[in-house]
Design a binder for this molecule. Structure first.
Ligand SMILES: Cc1cc2nc3c(=O)[nH]c(=O)nc-3n(C[C@H](O)[C@H](O)[C@H](O)COP(=O)(O)O)c2cc1C
Length: 210
C-alpha cells in the first residue's frame, strides 16, 4: 500500500476524466488489476459498516454471454456487456429490513470506488443499471436474499468518448436553504432575504445592497 496520497488536484482530475466506456479491447484484465478494483470496493463506506455487498466476478465466457443477453432495457441490448472481457455483478444483501433503505447507497458507493480505481489503472468501466436483475440473479445462483443492484463492464477501453455535459455548479448548489444559489447571501428564519427582485439582482451580481 503506498504511503503517499495523490494530490487533491490529481484526485479531481481522475474523477473528471472517468468516462463510461462502451467499446472494449478483447485483452483480459490482469488479475492484480482486478484485485485492486475489488479492494477499492471493499473499502467503500457503508451504513453502520455493514458491508452488505457481494461482488460476483464473471470471467466464464458462457456465463458472461448469458448475463449479456439479459443486459437490456426496454428495446436496447447493451452491446458492451457482451464485448467487455470481464463483468462484475454488484450484489446487495439487505438482511435487517431497517437497512434496506441504505442498500442502493452502499452498493453505489462501492461500485463508484471500483470504477475510479479501474480508471486509475487505465481500464474502462460502465455501470449497467438497465438490466434484468432477476434473470441475472438466477444465472449467478444468487441466494433469494441477495439481489443484483448493478453490473459493471470492465476492460481496456477501445474508445475515448467525450465527456457528457455536467450541469453547472451554479445550477445544482443551494446555500443553506433550497433556492438560495448565492453563496454568503443572508438567510433568516428559514427564508432567503429579499424578494424576487433582490434575488435577481444578486444573481446578476449588480452592486446594489438589497
Ligand atoms: C445507476 C446507473 C445506471 C446506469 N445504467 C446504464 C446502462 O444501463 N447502460 C449504459 O450504457 N450506461 C449506463 N449508465 C452510465 C451513464 O449513462 C453514464 O454514467 C452517464 O451518461 C454519464 O457519463 P460518464 O459516466 O461517461 O460521465 C448508468 C450509470 C449509472 C450511475
Amino acid at each position: 500500500m503506498p504511503n503517499e496520497l495523490p494530490s487533491a488536484e490529481s484526485t479531481l482530475a481522475l474523477l473528471m476524466s472517468r468516462r463510461s466506456i462502451r467499446r472494449y479491447r478483447p485483452d483480459p484484465v490482469p488479475e492484480e488489476m482486478l484485485e485492486q478494483i475489488l479492494e477499492a470496493g471493499r473499502w467503500a463506506p457503508s451504513a453502520s459498516n455493514r458491508q452488505p455487498w457481494s461482488f460476483v466476478v464473471i470471467r466464464d465466457p458462457s456465463i458472461r454471454r448469458e448475463v449479456a443477453q439479459n443486459a437490456a432495457a426496454v428495446v436496447i441490448r447493451w452491446a458492451h456487456a457482451a464485448e467487455a472481457p470481464l463483468l462484475i455483478a454488484l450484489c446487495g444483501h439487505a438482511g435487517n429490513p431497517l437497512y434496506r433503505q441504505f442498500l442502493h447507497e452502499d452498493i453505489g458507493l462501492a461500485g463508484g470506488q471500483m470504477m475510479l480505481q479501474a480508471k486509475a489503472l487505465g481500464l474502462g468501466t460502465c455501470w449497467l443499471g438497465g438490466v434484468d436483475r432477476e434473470a441475472i440473479a438466477a444465472i449467478l445462483h444468487l441466494p433469494s436474499d441477495i439481489e443484483v443492484i448493478g453490473v459493471l463492464t470492465v476492460g481496456f477501453p477501445a474508445e475515448e468518448p467525450p465527456a457528457p455535459q455536467r450541469k453547472p455548479l451554479a445550477q445544482v448548489v443551494h446555500h443553506d436553504v433550497y433556492g438560495n444559489q448565492t453563496a454568503g447571501a443572508a438567510v433568516s428564519a428559514g427564508h432567503v432575504r429579499g424578494g424576487p427582485l433582490s434575488i435577481m439582482l444578486r444573481r446578476l451580481r449588480l452592486p446594489f445592497r438589497t
